[in-house]
Unconditional design. Structure first.
Length: 272
């Protein structure tokens, strides 16, 4: 199996805007002594509705994600899962409370630094794949490398091709998304999410548009590649079988996060 992770880490485009040195990789261990990759303290998200009512979507979320963690968050439709994921992915900001990414308070970052941090350190996988139509699988996977380091840019073809090979789709590199099955499209989306070796992978219902068997294969791939790269994986799902694969499970209920005490230990074996 070829390694997707091109050898030496190089200077990151992120560093230029960052106030401190980029922390060293802890080799995928739980990172005792290191700050969590993501640290949310008493985070709320409130929006003002047109009738001047306040909608409290997230209420006092405490959540720590460490390098190497595989975390699932389950909850009913409308309970705030995507809102939480958007905050974890630096796409949205807490209304109150604090968030730190690799020990840095995110509130202090400007838009530029935030976008660079997101591009270099976070990979997103969505339910509807969100691939660019009219572009080949290879072009889709190459896209994030256009905004990467100089080395990533110049070697984008090879890096993206290696990544497509890793998800088993090298032979379909020239194929456009509409010619691929749902499972194949999600594998391309995973390749695109991981091509810059993000430290945090955020998956919002990654199996929601797939049949059970294909969904399990996609989750196997996501779990394996996240483990290989030492990244943290956070999966949001309605599917208890998908949630059961994660080592840490939370339940989100009308904006309140709690450890999932109802998770049956037996379920952990499902699909493993
Ligand atoms: N910007 C906004 N303005 C108004 N309401 C919002 C906004 N963003 C989210 N909401 C509301 O907040 C609630 C939570 O939304 P969110 O998308 O986080 O839910 P979810 O748990 O991801 O749901 P689903 O499982 O259906 O995707 C919903 O009722 C939604 O309508
Ligand atoms: Mg959602």
């Amino acid at each position: 199996m070829s390694s997707i992770f091109h050898d030496e880490p190089e200077e990151s485009a992120v560093d230029q805007d960052m106030p401190e040195a980029w922390p060293q990789d802890d080799g995928g261990t739980a990172g005792q002594g290191n700050p969590p990759l993501v640290d949310l303290r008493d985070v709320t998200r409130t929006v003002l509705l047109p009738d001047d009512e306040q909608l409290h979507i997230l209420r006092g979320i405490d959540l720590q994600i460490r390098v190497g963690d595989h975390t699932a968050i389950v909850g009913r439709s409308g309970c705030g899962k995507s809102t939480l994921l958007n905050i974890l992915g630096l796409l949205d900001s807490p209304t109150t409370g604090t968030m730190a990414f690799e020990g840095r308070p995110v509130a202090k970052l400007g838009n530029n630094a935030r976008a660079k941090m997101r591009g270099a350190s976070i990979g997103f996988v969505f339910q509807q794949f969100n691939l660019l139509p009219g572009r080949s699988a290879l072009e889709n996977v190459m896209t994030p490398l256009m905004y990467g380091t100089a080395k990533e840019f110049w070697q984008r073809n090879k890096i993206a091709m290696d990544m497509l090979d890793r998800v088993g789709l090298a032979a379909r590199a020239a194929t456009q998304p509409h010619m691929l099955s749902g499972g194949e499209q999600q594998r391309v989306a995973i390749a695109r999410a991981l091509v810059r070796r993000p430290r945090l992978i955020l998956a919002d219902e990654p199996t929601g548009a797939l049949d059970v068997e294909t969904g399990q294969a996609v989750m196997d791939l996501l779990d394996t590649i996240a483990t290989e790269s030492g990244a943290a994986l956070v999966t949001i799902t309605h599917d208890l079988n998908v949630a059961a694969r994660a080592r840490t499970r939370y339940r989100l209920d009308t904006g309140v996060l709690s450890m999932d005490a109802s998770a049956e230990p037996d379920l952990v074996a499902v699909g493993a």
